[in-house]
Design a protein around this ligand. Sequence first.
Ligand SMILES: [Zn+2]
Length: 119
Amino acid sequence: MLPHGYYVGGTLVGFPAQGGGRECELNAAQLAEFIADPEAYAANYFGLTRAQFREWLESEGRMQCSALTTLGRRCRNFVSGRMQLDSDAWRRLEGEYCVIHGGRPAEGESDASSNQAAR
Ligand SMILES: [Zn+2]
């Protein structure tokens, strides 16, 4: 029994991702690996650890602020930016802060120095 959001159909498998699920055609070895631990397979597919993968899904693709509050808990604000970031963009924001904790303001169209301009 696979967890919710995961499926196997022949050599085609599906797993959760930001912005909808992901579908992949797997060979026999990959398929065995997927069935043994679908979450680990999906996390690895995105280059994330299992914990990162869960956080990425649960945060709707937003990176949580890295600052600790005065109570020693992790700040619940999000680093400014878009939601539903892909795994690479999300991971690049790791260790960043929300605006309140000195993070950069939201990247918008006015931010010409962002890598969108370089593409
Ligand atoms: Zn914060």
